[in-house]
Write a protein that binds this ligand. Sequence first.
Ligand SMILES: [Zn+2]
Length: 96
Amino acid sequence: MINPRILAHTTEVEKGWEGCLSIPGIRGWVPRYQAIEVEYTDRNGNLQKQELTDFVARIFQHEFDHLDGIVFLDRLDSTQDIITEQEYQRVVCAEK
Ligand SMILES: [Zn+2]
């Protein structure tokens, strides 16, 4: 995806757990748009439009933020929405 843009998004926001290789050892409960419409140039130089929802929409928004130097910690509603990776593995993964 070259020069990605978010063209539109739902007003609905959902929270989900995110981690990041740039910030090892912690996880955050991050609000993201549930669905987004994106545009980008593909490897062949063609303009593409796509609608992304749920987990894929979350991943896109996470990676898209990195292009602007934003990490998931910048998107948290509260610092209380941060937990350690250990806590995440013990509590959150145990629920699944
Ligand atoms: Zn990341």
